[in-house]
Design a protein around this ligand. Structure first.
Ligand code: PBE
Length: 269
């Protein structure tokens, strides 16, 4: 059986990312949910380490299973595929929501309105993330906001709203490029309206808690319904959800195209 050899070759190991990621939690559920994975190791470290391992494996055409997600440039850089997930543990297509603290509408009505209006497409986020490979996110976001293709949309987010004079607003994000992108775009837009913006990266569990307790004003970072669903449910009713700011995200187990395997269930016990 070729698959047996392949799983052995990988030392029955899934290469993960940060321990606090939603995708890490989902993968722990997958290890419990799929009998064939019960003896597998799940290595967590960092996104950077995962990408290095993926690059090394790919360059040598060796097998590897990683925890992957879209949007991400890994799919443009390498030929990769999501393994089918017949038990649906990683969920289906996801959206990213904007959440705000409960009194934000009363306290900061203009900021609330801007946050409520903000939405964009996966390819916008991808373009910005790609730009940010060569410069700081702050600069990439500034370019994105000022780009001719985006100007009109961006101005709709603030149309008819009053400027403020240095009002402080605190956004929390999670420490991945997808969320660096949205947070820095929102930061540019709010600063252009006169806000004094603080961006704080935190773990997904803390991100939702911070908005629920009012420590942070807002976040553009919750991946739903699955990736951060448990954290979201734990604080449901203690924050306000303004709805999706992006549709078409995804998480799952990802392998190089050259691997002769289609489904999580084909990994050998
Ligand atoms: N991610 C990217 C994060 C959210 C954004 C999928 C790696 C996670 O919590 O899994």
């Amino acid at each position: 059986e070729t698959n047996l050899n392949v799983s052995e070759e990988m030392n029955y190991t899934i290469t993960g990312i940060e321990p606090g990621a939603g995708i890490t939690q989902a993968t722990e559920k997958a290890l419990e949910g799929y009998e064939n994975l019960s003896g597998w190791e799940f290595q967590t470290a960092s996104t950077a380490a995962m990408l290095t391992s993926l690059k090394d494996a790919y360059d040598n055409e060796e097998p590897i299973v990683i925890t992957g997600w879209s949007p991400h440039w890994m799919f443009a850089e390498w030929d990769l595929k999501y393994l089918e997930d017949p038990k649906g543990i990683y969920g289906d297509v996801e959206y990213i929501s904007t959440i705000v603290r409960k009194d934000l509408k009363t306290d900061m009505p203009e900021a609330y309105e801007i946050l409520d209006r903000f939405h964009w497409e996966p390819e916008d986020m991808e373009n910005l993330m790609q730009q940010a490979q060569e410069m700081e996110f702050e600069e990439a976001a500034k370019k994105w906001v000022e780009h001719d293709d985006n100007k009109e949309r961006v101005s709709e987010w603030t149309e008819g709203l009053q400027q403020v004079d240095g009002q402080k607003i605190k956004l929390v994000l999670t420490p991945w490029d997808t969320e660096r992108s949205s947070a820095h775009v929102m930061s540019q837009v709010l600063e252009n309206q006169g806000y004094d913006v603080t961006l704080t990266p935190v773990d997904p569990s803390v991100m939702i808690q911070a908005v629920a307790t009012g420590d942070a004003d807002a976040s553009l970072a919750p991946w739903l319904p699955r990736t951060h669903g448990d954290f979201y449910d734990a604080y449901e009713g203690e924050f306000e959800d303004l709805g999706e700011n992006l549709k078409g995200a995804k998480i799952g187990l990802v392998v190089p195209e050259y691997m002769d395997i289609k489904s999580i269930e084909e990994l050998e016990a």
